[in-house]
Ligand binder design. Structure first.
Ligand SMILES: Nc1ncccc1[N+](=O)[O-]
Length: 252
């Protein structure tokens, strides 16, 4: 998968050189290209923003700069891929649709992603209008809080999508077992996890996990997942289909 990121803080993405994403890049599974938005400005101050029409606080990022940058990045990507492929454009914004595991799975199927994180009050809305259809531009939010810019959201999304790519996670099973993964674990939070020693500062590992009885262990894990989901995310629990409860003791 090719990933292009256009930002006025490309150095923000240094974390993508380490850990799982770093290894995925070394192994050619992820091909990440960073671009400094200011390279497409023409004034001496390399200005990328201006005051909002209609007044109001903050600054809005200028459409011409973004248009020049996106067109150039598409051209660069195509020169390499040699086809007339186009990237999926992703614009992180608190006013976007929720970024969920399902969206991560959708993006993981794309051969080419182009992230456009904005600073200030966002990017002039005509940029998404301009690329909307052609690049299937998508405005997404990673949560209901306001960050100083979209760069942290891009880090989150690249990691959530990157770990789903074949070969990135050592044990493919752990993707299927993820919280929120479609299928058996959909809408369920993962329960508590333990490792050696069996007793730590007086805290004992639940004996069922030491029993070696796989049926009982699977049931215990599902009950704990149901309990935690009910306690912490009642709105997810409400979505669980009846059979998830019918299969288990309702007292969970
Ligand atoms: N929450 C956000 N705040 C600022 C920029 C982007 C954001 N987001 O969720 O993608």
């Amino acid at each position: 998968m090719r990933v292009d990121i256009i930002s006025i803080f490309p150095e923000y993405f240094a974390p993508l050189d380490v850990s799982l994403m770093g290894k995925a890049r070394e192994r050619g599974i992820l091909d990440i290209h960073l671009h400094q938005l200011r390279d497409w400005t023409h004034d001496v101050h390399k200005t990328v923003d201006d005051t909002p029409y209609g007044g109001g606080p903050g600054m809005v990022m200028k459409p011409e700069i973004w248009g020049a940058a996106v067109d150039a990045v598409i051209g660069e990507g195509r020169a390499v891929s040699g086809e007339d492929t186009l990237p999926r454009m992703i614009v992180p914004t608190p006013s976007g649709r929720p970024f969920t595991q399902e969206v991560a799975l959708e993006y993981a199927k794309e051969p080419w992603l182009l992230f456009a994180p904005a600073r200030y009050e966002g990017i002039d809305s005509r940029v998404v209008a301009e690329y909307g259809a052609r690049l299937r531009a998508d405005e997404v939010s990673i949560g209901d809080y306001v960050l100083a810019g979209g760069e942290a959201a891009v880090l989150v999304m690249v990691e959530a999508v990157g770990r789903l790519l074949p070969g990135v996670l050592g044990n493919a099973r752990s993707v299927a077992d993820d919280s929120f993964a479609p299928g058996a674990m959909a809408n369920l939070l993962e329960g508590p996890v333990y490792t050696k020693p069996p007793v730590w500062r007086g805290h004992e590992v639940p004996e069922v996990l030491l029993s070696g009885h796989h049926g009982r262990i699977a049931r215990w894990r599902r009950d704990e997942a149901l309990r935690r989901t009910l306690e912490r995310r009642p709105e997810l629990a409400a979505r669980l289909d009846r059979e998830s409860f019918d299969k288990h003791d309702r007292r969970v």
